[in-house]
Design a protein around this ligand. Structure first.
Ligand code: F6R
Length: 369
């Protein structure tokens, strides 16, 4: 049932191009318009939404963080992303014009379920993004957009994450399309790129041997740091989470702009630091900032592991290890940039003799607080 792979996690990482393609299937029509009729929230309601709040836990929360960048950019509607466990015990301000998006692979996560109940009690509309048909979270939501990752068996989420991202992009682009913003042309272009993105994920998977080799060489390390900006920041958090849960290593993700506010004190000789570099096209300011961050940490002895777009030559002099990902629109980069981090964590776990599919102390579905 592992289809020739040693672990479910390896199989599920390899299944990502298909999971992404399946989640897009039937949702973009021939003219490049999004067809999300299944969502069942009338367009006039979506036009009146004045706030989006995303609630989720763990990896799904990282997908939600990325969604915030996409939603605010393409729709100009304010969006907050919050850990479901925090949200439910606060006194959040919601009303009928708030769209709450609950993201969950299992559809059974207690904190996320409680957060959505709380939101509905206050009159907010709830859209679930979920991978499990008929589970509790979609049953209790006003609408659902299913991810089609197929069953995810390994405790650490991989393919479900990529499909959660796809679903979030679809919602963001759809909201943009329905509401009509000045980004109309960009939205059309991104939909075209999104419809081809599974091929790009495939390309990343085909080039992972050096990442595995690098992971094995770091098996004796205690700490790995991850840095990113913009959508690369949640990707850094996700890379760190994967490493904690699988390799049982101290791993932390930071927004690169925060370095000088504390984390740079952690940098010491030969400390591995993974840096997610945004495209040099698109938002070049972001790119320039992160290149200076790489220089800063390297000057203090860090061993830099740089994830950068193909053709980006500016990073070459500062990268001790360079991992290439295909060029994508800025906001879509997490779909390709996360994959090497999953492979990295999985290989480090194996090298350290850990149980990859069943990490200690963790359960696949967290139905208690
Ligand atoms: C990490 C991981 C967890 C889940 C989290 C939410 O690899 O799998 O952090 O993402 O427990 O689970 P769902 O998505 O089922 O609500």
């Amino acid at each position: 049932e592992k289809g020739g792979y040693d672990y479910f996690m390896l199989k599920e990482i390899a299944e990502q191009p298909k999971a992404v393609a399946d989640t897009l299937l039937g949702r973009i029509d021939e003219s490049g318009r999004l067809a999300l009729d299944e969502v069942h929230i009338p367009d006039h309601v979506l036009r009146e939404i004045d706030k989006v709040v995303i609630v989720a836990c763990g990896t799904a929360y990282h997908a939600g963080m990325i969604a915030k960048y996409a939603i605010e950019h393409w729709t100009r509607v304010p969006c907050e992303t919050e850990l479901a466990s925090e949200f439910r015990y606060r006194d959040p301000i919601l009303d009928q014009r708030t769209l709450v998006i609950a993201i969950s692979q299992s559809g059974e996560t207690m904190d996320t379920l409680m957060a959505l109940r709380h939101a509905r009690e206050q009159g907010a509309k709830v859209l679930a993004i979920c991978n499990t048909n008929g589970s509790t979270i979609p049953r209790e939501s006003d609408a659902v957009l299913y991810t089609h990752a197929g069953p995810e068996v390994a405790v650490a989420s991989t393919k479900a994450f990529l499909t959660q991202l796809v679903a979030c992009y679809l919602v963001a682009l759809y909201l943009g399309q329905v509401r009509g913003t000045k980004w109309g042309d960009e939205i059309d272009a991104v939909i075209r790129e999104l419809s081809q993105i599974s091929t790009e994920v495939e390309k990343v998977l085909a080039t992972m041997e050096p990442v595995r080799e690098l992971a094995r060489s770091l098996a004796e390390k205690d700490t790995v740091l991850f840095l990113g900006r913009h959508v690369g920041f949640p990707v850094a958090l996700e890379g760190a989470l994967k490493l904690k849960e699988l390799a049982y290593m101290h791993a932390e993700g930071f927004a690169a702009g925060e370095l000088k506010h504390g984390p740079i004190a952690l940098i010491e000789d030969d400390l591995p630091v993974v840096v997610v570099v945004p495209s040099p096209r698109g938002r070049s300011v972001l790119h320039d900032k992160i290149v200076s961050n790489i220089q800063e940490i390297r000057a203090r002895g860090a061993r830099t592991i740089v994830i950068a777009e193909e053709g980006d030559e500016t990073v070459v002099p500062y990268a001790d290890h360079l991992v290439r990902v295909p060029a994508t629109p800025t906001l879509l980069q997490p779909l390709v940039a996360t994959v090497p981090l999953q492979v990295f964590a999985c290989e480090l776990a194996t090298a350290r003799g850990n149980e990859v599919d069943q990490p200690r102390n963790l359960a696949k579905s967290v139905t208690v607080e």
